[in-house]
Design a binder for this molecule. Structure first.
Ligand code: C2E
Ligand code: MG
Ligand code: MG
Ligand code: MG
Length: 292
């Protein structure tokens, strides 16, 4: 019996494995096709100065508008192609699309910087600065600083000297760099020390429970101090509530992004949102916490 069970289990495993390999292959092909058929779209989430009310830019977030399954978030398809050359093709599409959108806004008198998220594979491309130069040249009216790369801490893993050289070259052509999900990787401080990123984007996990977790408050205060010492800008992601914004302002963190400010939205919705958004009254006149 044991033998039989073992054997059938083995068969079952084999079939599962086969199916999973086949479906992985199929989804890769399907994603390739999705790219060719323009099934991807970008939604944009505003980044603001919570004190002045200025909209400092928007982050492009990719979605797959699947014909039968609806609008799929990136975690449903990016992992499939993360290690595949297709991620570079998608990344290139994202940059081109975001820059075209920024140029369109610019031409209607709405100068918005766009941030795009960079996958490890794409980042490690040696010709990245040349590619970016070519993509920027497609939108000659865009001023310097209109494009920002958000680098995942985990994705920078690789040769730090090479990555920092690449990022320096990017900044040389007017592309800004920000460290995304800051604080979640193993080497946050190493990256802060070695990577020439103008901005540190504090991960939403440190913001979420800020109000009742003193440890998060201390981490946040520490990151703000470090950022100041390194002369980096800080933006908080995951600002979900009025209280989050209030506390961040009191700690001296003025830049924020999150559902409490705006959800990611299709590009058509951005101009009206920018025209209408004001910081909530509760955020006005927040005095920084006394240093102690
Ligand atoms: P991320 O760059 O850290 O983006 C923030 C994610 O948190 C987004 O999810 C956003 O919709 C969500 N978010 C924004 N505000 C809040 C908030 O207040 N509370 C909570 N709980 N969540 C909030 P999304 O769009 O599903 O993207 C997930 C991740 O996928 C992104 O994390 C980014 O790493 C990656 N990603 C998105 N677009 C691209 C892309 O075009 N290329 C690459 N390589 N990665 C992308
Ligand atoms: Mg990001
Ligand atoms: Mg993030
Ligand atoms: Mg993230």
């Amino acid at each position: 019996h044991a033998k039989l069970a073992g054997k059938s289990r083995y068969h079952l495993f084999d079939a599962d494995l086969d199916r999973s390999i086949r479906s992985h292959h199929e989804s890769l092909e399907r994603l390739q096709q999705a790219l060719e058929q323009e099934e991807f779209e970008l939604h944009y989430q505003p980044k603001v100065n919570m004190r002045s009310g200025e909209v400092i830019g928007v982050e492009a977030l990719v979605r797959w508008n699947h014909p039968t399954r609806g609008l799929l978030p990136p975690d449903q398809f990016l992992p499939i192609i993360e290690e595949h050359p297709l991620i570079e093709a998608l990344g290139e599409w994202v940059i081109r699309q975001a820059l075209a959108q920024a140029a369109a806004w610019h031409n209607t008198g709405l100068p918005l910087a766009v941030s795009i998220n960079m996958a490890a594979h794409h980042l490690n491309q040696r010709q990245l600065p040349e590619r970016l130069t070519a993509l920027l040249a497609e939108q000659p009216e865009l001023p310097e600083g209109s494009l920002e790369l958000e680098i995942l801490e985990t994705s920078a893993l690789g040769d730090l000297t090479q990555i920092s050289g690449l990022l320096e070259a990017c900044q040389h052509i007017g592309v800004r760099v920000s460290l995304d999900d800051f604080g979640t990787g193993y080497s946050s401080l190493t990256y802060l020390k070695w990577l020439p990123a103008g901005t540190v984007k504090i991960d939403q996990s440190f913001i979420r429970d800020l109000l009742d977790t003193p440890e998060d408050l201390k981490i946040l205060a520490g990151v703000l101090g470090l950022a100041e010492a390194f002369e980096r800008q800080v933006i908080a992601e995951g600002v979900e509530t009025l209280e989050h914004g209030q506390l961040l302002l009191r700690l001296g963190c003025e830049l924020g992004q999150g559902y409490g400010i705006a959800y990611p939205m299709p590009p058509e919705a951005i101009p009206a949102w920018c025209a209408e958004w004001r910081p909530p009254a509760q955020w006005a006149g927040q005095m920084p916490l006394p240093a102690n």
